[in-house]
Design a protein around this ligand. Structure first.
Ligand SMILES: Nc1nc2c(ncn2[C@@H]2O[C@H](COP(=O)(O)OP(=O)(O)OP(=O)(O)O)[C@@H](O)[C@H]2O)c(=O)[nH]1
Length: 370
């Protein structure tokens, strides 16, 4: 069944007079194995793949019928994951979905936090058979600092396999596995934190919509995408009217509240996964509308302008209306690699300037060819 059991004597040459050659060969093999496991543990790649290679390595190189690494949940009360190699011909069904540490010799190892050397599995009250030929078992806690990650389980067909030297090596292997698990968890936590930071770095703190950095990135990527497909990209620039007088008359906090409401109203016009609403800066918001024509974007801008007026946010200091209003500049272009997206922005900005100049609370489209 396990080649190495037969190989050991064969691979052995009497190294030193008086030494047991089989034992020397086995210990040399254990030392080599530890080096191999250490290398694996430092890979820092996919944890499951690393654990699998470690247990396979144990079964391949030693008189071991079953080797497994059993991981605990965060509370340390249930085994929730097992990576194993070898001949498991009596796989107990109830172990398939995890089991509590009150069960089995592995559970005893986790409960006590102590290594368990079982020299005769037939007499151990907690042993759960996985292979009828197994005679002895060694279980080691996998611990990194104070945290118990799980148990390293090794089952041998030889009753005398787990001598002190072998156990010392398995203890060291469990330490390596603990390091590998810790490394993988730190990497996973860092990746999650990075993803969160990345998402946060794209959001405007006041309004909760995308910020300017996010808008700039999307404008560049949408530009490339639509240039390749020869489709239009429209941009709607929205600027609150008389916002300085609003702040002066009602206070900055009220101004903030109005900006949040404006952002919420704009968000209702962003359709599907491709449109983007962003805070362009100060009291200016922007809608980026891939695939939309100038006419469609102007209609959207007009509907938005009306909605802002209908929201009736009081503005006592406005000369335009008794409520908050917006001026809107709209542009659209079919991107090309030869042109820069700045052109689209500049056109919308000029249109917005015209809307302000014409009396505010209105939508102006950029001139064709602008
Ligand atoms: N409350 C608040 N005000 C802001 C924020 N960002 C920019 N502002 C204010 O928005 C005002 C913009 O003023 P201006 O650029 O003079 O424009 P305006 O008064 O809106 O006049 P027009 O745009 O010409 O109609 C400034 O007073 C800024 O302080 C913000 O996050 N919160």
């Amino acid at each position: 069944m396990h080649g190495p059991e037969g190989d050991i004597a064969e691979a052995t040459q009497p190294a030193t007079a008086g030494a047991d050659p089989a034992a020397s060969a086995l210990h040399a093999r254990l030392t080599g194995l530890l080096a191999e496991v250490s290398r694996e543990a430092l890979q820092g790649e996919d944890l499951e793949a690393v654990l699998r290679r470690i247990v396979e390595c144990l079964v391949r190189n030693l008189p071991v019928a079953i080797a497994s690494i059993i991981l605990l949940d965060d509370d340390g009360q249930h085994f929730v994951h097992e990576t194993w190699a070898g001949d498991l011909d009596l796989y107990p069904a109830e172990l398939a979905n995890g089991w509590p540490i009150s069960v089995g010799a592995a559970g005893r190892c986790a409960r006590t936090g102590e290594a368990q050397r079982i020299t005769d599995v037939d007499t151990d009250p907690d042993y759960v058979p996985g292979n009828t030929r197994v005679r002895s078992e060694y279980l080691v806690p996998i611990r990194h600092r104070a945290r118990l990650h799980g148990v390293l389980n090794i089952e041998s067909t030889r009753a005398d396999f787990f001598d002190q030297a072998a156990c010392d090596v398995f203890d060291a292997i469990a330490d390596q596995v603990a390091g590998a698990i810790h490394l993988a968890r730190v990497v996973a936590e860092l990746e999650t934190a990075n993803r969160k930071l990345q998402a946060l770095s794209m959001i405007d703190g006041l309004t909760g919509i995308a910020n300017r950095r996010c808008f700039d990135q999307r404008l560049a990527s949408d530009w490339e995408w639509l240039a390749a497909e020869s489709r239009e990209l429209a941009l709607v620039l929205i600027d609150a009217d008389a916002f300085k007088p609003l702040n002066d008359a009602h206070g900055h906090l009220y101004g903030d509240e109005c900006l949040r409401e404006l952002a919420r109203l704009c968000t209702r016009f962003a359709d599907g996964g491709n449109d983007l609403v962003a805070r362009f800066g100060g009291e200016e918001l922007v809608l980026l509308l891939p695939g939309r024509s100038l006419e469609a974007a102007v209609a959207l801008g007009e509907a938005l302008r009306r909605d802002v007026e209908a929201a009736g946010m009081p503005h006592d200091a406005s000369t335009i209306a008794s409520c908050v209003t917006v001026s809107v500049g709209v542009s659209a272009v079919t991107p090309s690699k030869a042109r820069s997206p700045e052109r689209l922005l500049a056109a919308a900005d000029r249109a917005l300037y015209a809307a302000k100049a014409q009396g505010r609370n209105r939508v102006v489209a950029a001139l064709t060819g602008d």
